[in-house]
Design a protein around this ligand. Structure first.
Ligand code: PMP
Length: 360
């Protein structure tokens, strides 16, 4: 078997050990003579898999008992809609912090349902930083405050958790969940599309404080009501069973690696190496404020954009895949999630140094 280094922003690389295990039990899961994706979601086998995945996630993140863990569908993008529908709870206003394209999309959806106060925006500097706590213009009557701890496209990450007092804090953790320890009790709701640090696409994990459930806006479809999902163990309808199972394998793998603390240390090392290299080589640049540089998504440009195509072609030949920046911004982006090994970052830096020498 040969595996390349995959820097895709999502769907992203998965741990090889997880894929090998899934492959080994694909056609005959634990002697049942069936694959896990051919079983009823209500079978004791699958319910066991589902419950273990939830428990492992609870252990990894230290999720308090008064939080529900929901395994939803529709991606993180559907949460942009479900959040106002579920969390306005009779209110008519929500605060949003805008640090990039994903926050902007969340704002657009929320505006269908309520008045949105943009509590801070870094659009003025082309989304190359996150606002400080002092810059947040929070409304006392907001039903919740929404932010994006890590903007996947711009590569901008908050270096603190906003303090919103008694107003529930809602976080789109799609691209940085499980990359370091967080204090879940500071949040009203955390959500994350699976296809980066959790598992394959098709699943979106929602972690929500119980007291926020059960007060949806009128007309909320059954499938969009968190309480319905919570009351039915995320099985009101047929869940994406294979994605859920694979997420469970990733959670087990994370535990074996030493949990989120070990990931945080590894991710810090990988990011420091890559940014350190970019900062000391004139051929490459990253525009993001140093304290807001994402540990997960590292965008960078070449001194001569005319060399972008050559860079991508040569990097692919070197087994370094999916380094093109988001289609909306161009340039390059290396996504270095939990499952990207340090060797991959070392190989990327070696390639970049050699490329700069030959073309710089
Ligand atoms: N939020 C963030 C921060 C993301 O990175 C993404 C996907 N890249 C989304 C939301 C949208 O996720 P999905 O495609 O699962 O709807």
């Amino acid at each position: 078997m040969s595996r390349i280094f995959n820097f895709c922003a999502g769907p992203a690389t998965l741990p090889t050990a997880v894929l090998e295990r899934a492959g080994g039990e694909l056609a005959d899961w634990h002697g049942t003579g069936m694959s896990i994706m051919e079983m009823s979601h209500r079978s004791k086998e699958f319910v066991g898999v589902a419950e273990k995945a939830e428990q492992d996630l609870r252990d990894l993140m230290g999720i308090p008992d008064n939080y529900k863990v929901l395994f939803m569908q529709g991606g993180a993008s559907s949460q942009f809609t479900m959040i106002p529908m579920n969390l306005l709870r009779g209110g008519s206003k929500a605060d949003y912090i805008n640090t990039g394209q994903w926050s902007t999309k969340a704002i657009k959806e929320a505006k269908r349902f309520c008045e949105v106060n943009v509590a801070a925006s870094t659009e003025g500097n082309n989304f190359t930083s996150a606002p400080s706590q002092a810059e947040l213009n929070l409304s006392p009557d907001a039903a919740y405050v929404h932010y994006t701890p890590n903007e996947t496209i711009g590569g901008v990450e908050f270096d603190y958790v906003p303090d919103t007092g008694d107003v529930p804090l809602v976080a789109d953790y799609s691209s940085s969940i499980l990359s370091e320890a967080i204090d879940v009790s500071k949040f009203g709701l955390i959500y994350a599309g699976a296809q980066k640090n959790i598992g394959p696409a098709g699943l979106c994990v929602v972690i929500v404080r119980e007291d926020l459930l059960g007060n949806t806006i009128e007309g909320t479809p059954t499938m969009f009501d968190y309480k319905v999902a919570a009351d039915n163990g995320s099985m009101y309808n047929t869940p994406p069973t294979y994605s859920w199972y694979l997420a469970g394998l990733v959670f087990e793998w994370l535990k074996e690696q030493g949990g989120v603390e070990a990931m945080a240390e590894l991710n810090r090392r990988k990011a420091e190496k890559l940014y350190g290299f970019i900062d000391t080589n004139d051929f490459y640049a990253n525009p993001v404020a140093k304290n807001n540089r994402s540990r997960m998504n590292v965008p960078f440009t070449l001194a001569d954009a005319g060399l972008d195509k050559t860079f991508l072609a040569e990097s692919e030949q070197a087994g370094l895949m999916n380094l093109a920046g988001h289609r909306s911004v161009g340039g390059m982006r290396a996504s270095i999630y939990n499952a990207v090994p340090e060797d991959g970052v070392d190989a990327l830096i070696a390639f970049m140094a050699d490329f700069a020498k030959r073309h710089g």
